[in-house]
Write a protein that binds this ligand. Structure first.
Ligand SMILES: Cc1ncc(COP(=O)(O)O)c(C=O)c1O
Length: 391
């Protein structure tokens, strides 16, 4: 891959879609930089054209991806299961721990279905009692809300690091400490924080951290990971196993699973996909992780300042960087968000709505966006607010 460094114009050159539109939906699907895509396509072609001959080299690249991912979040490679998405990681925990009826799990009221569905399902299957705390912009209030729900039966607290609809950054280090103080485990969903904020799972103190490679990292779609503290990874019982899960197997002595995250990885897979996570990590290494984070901070702050100054526009994301991330959500009260989205798209601006009737739009500020795109978006919103509503 050619050397990049964080030169905005050169970075933007690596994302050709930006010549057609301002892409503001990294929080849903990331887009891949051209050098990463070139390597990824080569990996697919190698495997599809040459089959078994390439499987050894692809497996070495998968292991290299695992090592780099682990190092990026200060984990050991054995503590990483490579998954298909962030949701997989939540499911591995929800279905991999053993539960007794009446065990309690606490999650937030701003969870993506990635978190809320697996826990609701586990509640229905295992008799877990699921409680929800209200996310507040003020981290102390979120912590108080959790504290009020903890009982002697609380087994786990699960929360997004950065919430999906409003981009609120939760005080995850304190939440993990609170869980541990009450003998519970802590699961953090980093789908909206990994590759934006620095992640150090030891410093955070989480037991489990789930993330993906296909949003902010711009890796292949269908890539994710679950970090589980070493001794917990060994305790997680996969619902499915197969060739590759085993440490040892015989019908006489039984099946012993690998003590690492590899127990979840079995059977023939699209090996070129996880093998190519390393390419996306390399792209980020070249640009500089801190520089990327600083760039996203700058863009999100730039946008929030301008949106907040528009009459009739209400920010749904905290203005402070320490309480937020790359997502910026806003509401135009009394106005139809689909209509605003249509006007934005007519101007080649592609954020997303937060659903019919929500009156809200979510803008993902990614490493490749720039101020002129944000100015165009703000101008479009200003015009929209200034025009009478259509009947
Ligand atoms: C907080 C959060 N968690 C999980 C997900 C889903 O991630 P995945 O599709 O990788 O499972 C999203 C996607 O929008 C999200 O915002």
């Amino acid at each position: 891959m050619p050397r990049a460094g964080f030169d905005v114009a050169r970075v933007r050159d690596a994302y050709p879609i930006l010549r057609e539109m301002a892409y503001f939906n990294t929080g849903t699907y990331g887009i891949m930089a051209e050098p990463v895509l070139a390597g990824y396509l080569q990996n697919i072609a190698r495997f599809e054209r040459r089959g078994m001959v390439e499987s050894g080299s692809l497996h070495r690249e998968i292991e290299a991806s695992r090592e780099r991912l682990a190092a990026r979040i200060n984990a050991q490679p054995e503590e990483i299961a490579l998954t298909g998405n962030a949701t997989d990681g939540v499911t591995y925990v929800a279905e991999g721990l053993s539960w007794s009826p009446g065990d309690e799990v606490i999650i937030s009221d701003q969870e993506h279905p990635a978190m809320s569905y697996p826990w609701q399902y586990a509640a229905q299957r295992h008799g877990i009692i699921l409680r929800r705390f209200a996310v507040d912009w003020d981290p102390r209030k979120s912590l108080e809300a959790i504290r009020a729900l903890i009982t002697p039966r609380t087994r786990l607290i699960g929360t997004s690091h950065v919430t999906s609809p409003y981009g609120v950054r939760l005080p995850v280090k304190e939440i993990c400490a609170l869980a541990h103080a009450h003998g519970a485990l802590a699961l953090v969903d980093g789908a909206q924080s990994f590759a934006v904020l620095p992640i150090d799972v030891r410093e955070m103190g989480c037991d489990f951290f789930t993330g993906n490679g296909h949003k902010w990292l711009g890796g292949p779609k269908g890539t994710g990971f679950l970090y589980a503290r070493r001794e917990l990874m060994e305790r997680l019982q996969p619902a499915y196993v197969g060739a590759g899960s085993e440490q040892s197997f015989s019908f006489e002595t039984g099946l012993v699973l690998k003590p690492s995250g590899r127990r979840f990885e079995f059977g023939t897979r699209g090996f070129a996909v996880p093998a190519s996570i390393g390419l996306a990590l390399e792209w980020f290494d070249q640009l500089g992780w801190e520089a990327i984070s600083a760039r996203i901070q700058h863009l999100a702050t730039y946008l929030k300042e301008r949106l907040a100054a528009l009459p009739g526009v209400e920010l749904c994301t905290p203005p402070e960087w320490e309480r937020s991330s790359g997502l910026v959500s806003f509401r135009v009260a009394g106005r139809n968000e689909q209509e605003l989205q249509r006007q934005l798209e007519a101007d080649h601006l592609y954020p997303r709505t937060l659903g019919p009737g929500s009156e809200k739009i979510r803008v993902s500020c990614a490493l490749f966006n720039d101020e002129s795109e944000l100015d165009r978006l703000v101008e479009c919103v200003r015009r929209f607010v200034g025009t009478p509503r259509s009947r």
